[in-house]
Ligand binder design. Sequence first.
Ligand code: URA
Length: 181
Amino acid sequence: MPGIVPDEGSKGAKLVLIGEAPGEWEDRYCRPFVGPSGQRWESWLGRFGLARSDFYIANVWQQRPHLNRIETVNREALLEAVDDLHERLAALTDPWLIVPTGNTALRALMGRALWGKDSPKITDWRGSILGYEDRKGRVVKVIPTLHPAFTLREPGAERACLHDWKRVAKDSRFRELRLPH
Ligand code: URA
């Protein structure tokens, strides 16, 4: 039975990364984003002057799913995990910018149905700037992006990620939501 992989990072972090669920390496080391996806992600950060330690790192589902497939997780349990994620985000001191990676993280954060044909797709929302109202009533900037694991399967997608992470780096310097006119 896989164990819980807890969130990592300071509760005072300005930046938040949200993934889907731990994989094999995360389960083994009991730390989020330490396997190939995490290494890919950290390589992007370095290019834009950011570091892993700048982030509070969370997963929607905190255990490695059967066959690494989030679809195998019981829907009720997943909705409870989403609720818990919102609580954990509300416990952060003063987050400025949240980056959900992939469909599950985007849907969990923005409160849409986790599955279903009308659920928002990360490919439609990536790179845009959104606002998330947390359970304390604070509005936090959100820049969704593709999950790094996707670029391991589809190397052509890395370009879009680099574009998004460059924007994250720029937007990490100020708190406000400056929407394009
Ligand atoms: N993928 C995720 O979504 N989270 C991790 O922690 C590792 C890989």
